[in-house]
Design a protein around this ligand. Structure first.
Ligand SMILES: [Zn+2]
Length: 324
């Protein structure tokens, strides 16, 4: 699973905030208790002095004597800690009131445990990636539950399937796709006019898949192409191409809306083609129809997209217009 450098940076910052917060809160609790109970302060000082005592003992040359004093120190220290806990309980506090409280006691909010990434950190990355995704989307509702088939007419079938029936089958397909998603899942091309719910459905797929622990990158095509070319010319943050090629699922929203040049087209082709070669799934949504794709892109890109993607043709009328 791969996350963007930005996501990782945010996660690291959050871990640091958690550690700082627990330190500050501990400071406040200690000040409070020590002000009210000087005896607790004396106990705490004695416990803290053990580290100085430890250093002194370690300089003792005689091995047996050193060990004897170390054992005594440990016994004494444990007894003092026990006394402090009892003291706190007697004063009506919880016994661990003067110990740091971590969001994740397993890794003490460091994010690593025995040299490995702690589960809390993985979970945090997932949450941040999901939040970023929803912030970047034009919709704040992006789940399958919020997708309303009622906006699609059910009387425009003219002997064939109505828009609602078509969209119901696309909706069902996307739900299944998200539920069964693996790195072997097919590529999808969602196409059709504006306001037919392509972004909503692709975000719903993304949300579901991120929730299952896959690394998903979602970006609009203009944004993505800009980042890629910025990177190419050394203007942007590094790692864009690498994350676009490495994520479990890449969702390119609004293909065709980008400003296409001799630089952007090959950059885009490289992403689409490399993912095909590596057999890593990509979802593309576009307002272009097949003819539009052929006219906008080179033969190579158009045939790759049309030939290697499962085509989902959206139907209906512009939902944004209907809502107005
Ligand atoms: Zn942890």
């Amino acid at each position: 699973m791969k996350y963007t450098a930005e996501t990782v940076e945010k996660a690291d910052r959050e871990m640091e905030n958690r550690r700082n917060r627990s330190e500050q809160e501990l400071f406040v609790r200690r000040s409070e208790v020590f002000r009210k109970y000087p005896d607790a302060k004396a106990l705490d000082d004695r416990i803290a002095s053990a580290s100085r005592e430890f250093i002194r003992i370690m300089t003792i040359r005689d091995r047996d004597e050193r060990q004897r004093q170390l054992d005594a120190l440990q016994r004494d220290n444990l007894a003092q800690q026990q006394l402090l806990r009892e003291f706190l309980t007697a004063c009506g506090y919880e016994e661990d009131y003067l110990e740091p409280r971590y969001v994740c006691p397993l890794c003490r909010d460091t994010g690593t445990r025995n040299g490995r990434t702690c589960a809390c950190y993985t979970e945090l990355l997932r949450q941040i990636a999901y939040r970023e995704l929803c912030e970047a989307s034009p919709l704040d509702l992006c789940s399958f539950e919020d997708f309303d088939l009622g906006y699609y007419p059910d009387d425009d079938g003219q002997g064939g399937m109505s828009s609602r029936a078509i969209m119901k089958s696309i909706y069902d397909y996307c739900r299944m796709y998200a539920e069964d998603f693996s790195r072997e899942s097919p590529n999808l091309l969602m196409y059709g006019g504006t306001g037919l719910g392509k972004t909503h459905l692709s975000l719903s797929v993304a949300g579901e898949i991120i929730g299952r622990g896959f690394g998903v990158i979602y970006d609009s095509c203009p944004n993505m192409v800009k980042k890629l070319t910025d990177e190419q010319f050394g203007r942007g943050c590094e790692g864009t191409e690498e994350s676009l090629l490495g994520c479990d699922l890449l969702i390119i929203d609004d293909l065709g809306a980008e400003f296409s040049t001799q630089v952007t087209v090959p950059a885009l082709y490289n992403i689409i083609n490399t993912r095909l070669l590596r057999r890593m799934p990509t979802i593309i949504s576009t307002n272009l129809d097949m003819k539009g794709i052929q006219n906008t892109y080179t033969e190579r890109i158009a045939s790759r997209i049309i030939g290697e993607y499962t085509l989902l043709k959206f139907a209906g009328r512009d939902i944004r217009q209907i809502r107005k």
